[in-house]
Design a protein around this ligand. Structure first.
Ligand SMILES: [Zn+2]
Length: 509
């Protein structure tokens, strides 16, 4: 195969990674390992139909169904939630290494509910009927990055990045054996590709991504049901696993050559010129501002966009409510608190529930020596997070047993004016165990995800479950602070509950 002349050798630093025990260690020099990887990749390209045939496809239109399981958003840490099923159509732009996905309410709907454009540079998401969209953190689009046509695009990406190829050895898994190679894409992201030693086809791919609260995790795709189209073998099935747990399944319904109906809407889906881009959408350290809610009670809005936390000053300590943050962001939260209340230690963080978007700062708050206040069912989860190592300036660091204090039904924390009452308002459809904080002297309630959800629509079962608890507790409340919305009043919460009751009654009729 002619690879052309004068290609620059990629300057990315190659760290050989193998996502499992490689049964044959590659006892080869770098150049031998590199050449063997090229052989494996070339055979893999030939097994799919050859480079020219793949390129001649240009674009594919795929209708597919998918079952996406949010492993970190279920009612319990060990139970995933199945995301609503939609009908998807996808255009795979092979030369552009780009996929455009449209989600439709039914398989005959002409207009998508949303579109997502996935390129090597970014993942751009747009709700239909709105003038704007946003660049997503890549983890939000991870299932699509692993979807079946990517077996073709990863093969081509590896071919583009041939200078970064290394053979890692052979690995046996599920009764098959694979030649494993690694390449770095143009952003330096390394992917391992598993080529079946019998068919020579790419049948698995994996990469390490950073997804708090568990830090570096392996995300892998397994491709199957290869079928020919214009001389190219295309996998019609993919399953995706994250941390070894099934995260999504894709099944193609039709695959054809050419662009889809999405291209008629693609001008609306293209990334606008004023999009801030992935750099500003990432979870890097930002300057945060605290707002007073009362004497010694503060809120830090938008720790992550749309995620607000609260902190409460007590006699000799500060309690942080919500474990939102990250390796870079949690120190910013603690610095912000120290700038408002200097000299007092932040001793505890309240983990309201285990969902990944509410526990992404947990590891670093534990690392800062803080104890966790949570419910009994989340003790194992907190220990898991603590014991998973993170890369720090001191190398890989894992933590010993964290200090955990549990709240069963109710617990009063601290004394006097700024004492906090914590209540488990579960079981709630949102999470089996979920904490609410109440400051009786301030008549203030803090609610996470059971009210004031970010989409502005409270699901009646979630809110009505909370309403039943509030009715039983009969707390004296004036201000309602939430994890995702601006502070409001108890009247607003009561009116939302009334609306939810009416909607639920309407549904029953
Ligand atoms: Zn949640």
């Amino acid at each position: 195969m002619n690879r052309g002349c004068g290609r620059k050798v990629s300057s990315v630093c190659i760290v050989l990674l193998c996502t499992g025990a490689c049964t044959t260690s590659p006892d080869l020099s770098e150049i031998e390992s590199h050449r063997r990887a090229i052989d494996v990749l070339d055979a893999g390209i030939d097994a799919l139909g050859g480079l020219e045939a793949i390129r001649s496809l240009d674009s594919l239109t795929v209708a597919f169904r998918t079952r996406v399981l949010h492993v970190d958003q279920g009612p319990r840490p060990d139970v995933p939630v199945v995301v609503q099923q939609l009908h998807y159509r996808m255009t795979v732009d092979i030369p552009g290494r780009r996929i455009l996905i449209g989600a439709f309410a039914s398989d005959t709907s002409p207009q998508p509910v949303f579109t997502t454009e996935v390129s090597e540079e970014r993942v751009f998401h747009r709700l239909a009927g709105t003038g704007s969209g946003q660049t997503l953190h890549r983890s939000a689009a991870a299932p699509f990055l692993h979807s079946f046509p990517m077996a073709l695009t990863y093969t081509l990406q590896a071919w583009d990045a041939w200078a970064s190829l290394y053979w890692l050895g052979q690995r046996h898994e599920d009764g098959k054996s694979y030649d494993v190679i690694v390449f770095a894409d143009k952003f330096g992201t390394q992917r391992t590709l598993y080529f079946d030693t019998e068919t020579a086809r790419l049948e698995r791919s994996a990469l390490v991504t950073t997804q708090e609260p568990f830090g570096d995790v392996v995300s892998e795709a397994i491709y199957g049901d290869f079928r020919p189209l214009n001389g190219v073998l295309i996998p019609w099935q993919t399953s995706e696993k994250v941390r070894g747990i099934l995260a999504s399944e894709f099944e193609a319904l039709t695959v054809s050559v050419g662009r889809s109906v999405l291209d008629s809407t693609s001008s609306a889906s293209r990334v606008p010129r004023d999009d801030p881009g992935p750099a500003r959408a990432s979870r890097t350290a930002r300057s945060l501002v605290a707002e007073p809610l009362g004497d010694g009670v503060f809120r830090i809005p938008d720790v992550l966009p749309g995620y607000h936390v609260m902190f409460v000053e007590q006699d000799d300590r500060i309690i942080l409510i919500e474990a939102v943050g990250g390796l870079d962001l949690s120190p910013s939260v603690l610095e912000t608190i120290a700038s408002i209340v200097p000299g007092k230690p932040v001793t505890h963080v309240v983990l309201t529930h285990h969902h990944d978007d509410h526990s992404n700062g947990l590891w670093s708050y534990l690392q800062a020596g803080m104890a966790v206040l949570t419910t009994p069912g989340l003790v194992a989860f907190v220990r898991d997070v603590a014991s998973t190592p993170r890369r720090t300036e001191r190398g890989l660091v894992s933590q010993g047993l964290p200090t955990i204090e549990t709240v069963q039904e109710k617990r009063v924390f601290g004394r006097g004016r700024n004492r906090i009452e914590l209540y488990d308002v579960g079981p709630n459809p949102h999470a089996e165990e979920i904490l609410m904080a109440y400051l009786p002297e301030h008549r203030l309630l803090f609610l996470s995800d059971v009210y004031g959800h970010r989409d502005g629509v409270d699901m009646p079962p979630v809110l009505l479950s909370l309403a039943a608890v509030l009715e039983r507790l009969a707390l004296d409340v004036s201000t309602v602070v939430t994890a995702h919305t601006e502070p409001g009043t108890i009247a607003e919460l009561e009116s939302a509950i009334a609306t939810a009751r009416a909607r639920a009654a309407q549904r029953r009729r």
